[in-house]
Design a protein around this ligand. Structure first.
Ligand code: PHE
Length: 369
């Protein structure tokens, strides 16, 4: 059986030298395949004398076991190597900065939206949503603006007929929402307090000049709990404007105002310096209005199914487009919606430069300006 030992040694050497899975399989076939050397040797066993047969079978079995073992070890090794090579080959470094030649740009409104969500997300707020086409209950009535309420005239509403078989009836029509405040009601209808949400969305009013467009964007904020106070509102919005304008200090003031759905109501101003050529936020003797806010009116809580004797809260509404104009120095709102690629190239942001409080909100480094 000397030649069997030779066969084994030769096979083991070949297996050890195989550098790819295909070669390894060819070796396997040449030894253990139907016509392989070992298979052929096994076939001769029957013709041997019994005592020789036992010895030969033992040797053959040991050769077989050794070769099989070597084959499977080498196979595992080669498979592992192939996998590692593939992993190395197909690696994408996701930390690389976006390539400067990338054509697409993030619209400033989308960018501001991401920034606002990043800030309030850090404060523990969740994002809520509502429909663009809204019924009057959610847009007006439930917000303490019944049909005959004069405040309905404060906003130039677009009404939409929703029953083509009936003559247009303004009292029964739908509206394209004039503000995101309807989402306050939708949230109260579906969530139990404590509530802490922001709700971004498109809003619509019949208005058009350098600072107004018929479609614009707002973010609504709503906090409801048993002990939520005006102090919480002030602290929350102060922290928001500091984070948003990326300033350590920023003068703020609240002016009394009127919204039917909050009592008391206020408008928040931030300190700034206005010159002929420049607007500097956070310094100087001028003030800029940036949002409306107040304590949620008890009638609104009631309409949302929340007991105003147990719960109270605050709400605010910010114009996203206005924030974008202020933060990124864009003079005319109408240009936001002209879909001019040159404008977007100038004012837009590099994709994949995500906003976060820790990583930087505006990432001006990634901008192409
Ligand atoms: N909905 C108001 C607006 O569109 C803003 C606002 C929201 C005011 C919430 C107070 C509270 O002007």
């Amino acid at each position: 059986m000397e030649n069997m030992k030779d066969l084994e040694n030769k096979a083991l050497a070949e297996i050890a030298a195989a550098t790819d899975l295909k070669t390894l399989d060819e070796i396997r076939v040449s030894i253990m395949g139907k016509k392989g050397a070992l298979t052929e040797a096994m076939k001769t066993l029957g013709s041997l004398a019994p005592d020789v047969r036992i010895e030969t079978a033992k040797t053959l079995n040991s050769v077989k076991a050794n070769v099989e073992n070597a084959l499977s070890q080498r196979k595992a090794f080669l498979e592992n190597e192939a996998l590692n090579a593939r992993l190395k080959d197909e690696t994408i470094d996701v930390t690389l900065p976006i390539r400067p030649e990338t054509q697409g740009r993030i619209h400033p409104v989308s960018k501001i939206y991401e920034e606002v969500v990043a800030i309030f997300g850090e404060f523990g707020f969740e994002v809520a949503e509502g429909p663009d086409i809204e019924d009057q209950f959610h847009n007006f009535n439930a917000l303490n603006m019944p049909l005959d309420h004069p405040a309905r005239q404060m906003q130039d509403t677009f009404y939409i007929s929703h029953n083509k078989d009936k003559p247009f009836d303004m009292d029964d029509a739908y509206v394209v929402r004039t503000h995101t405040s309807g989402i306050q009601i939708r949230t109260m209808e579906t969530q139990k307090p404590p509530i802490r949400i922001i709700a971004p969305g498109r809003t619509y009013r019949s208005d058009m000049d350098a600072t107004h467009t018929p479609m614009f964007h707002q973010v609504e904020g709503l906090v409801i709990d048993k002990t939520t106070t005006l102090a919480h509102l002030k602290g929350c919005l102060y922290d928001f404007v500091k984070a948003f304008f990326e300033l350590d200090e920023i003068p703020v003031r609240y002016r009394p105002s009127y919204f039917p759905f909050t009592e008391p109501s206020a408008e928040m101003d931030i300190g700034c310096l206005k010159t002929k050529t420049e607007l500097k936020i956070g310094a100087g003797n001028d003030w800029l209005e940036i949002l409306g806010c107040g304590m949620v009116h008890p009638n609104v809580l009631k309409a949302g199914g929340i007991d105003p004797d147990v719960y109270q809260g605050f709400a605010f509404g910010v114009g996203l487009d206005r924030l974008a104009m202020l933060k990124y120095g864009i003079p005319d709102l109408r240009t936001f919606f002209e879909s001019d690629v040159r404008w977007l190239k100038n004012y837009g942001f590099a994709p994949l430069d995500f906003s976060s409080l820790t990583g930087g909100l505006s990432n001006n480094g990634g901008q192409t300006r």
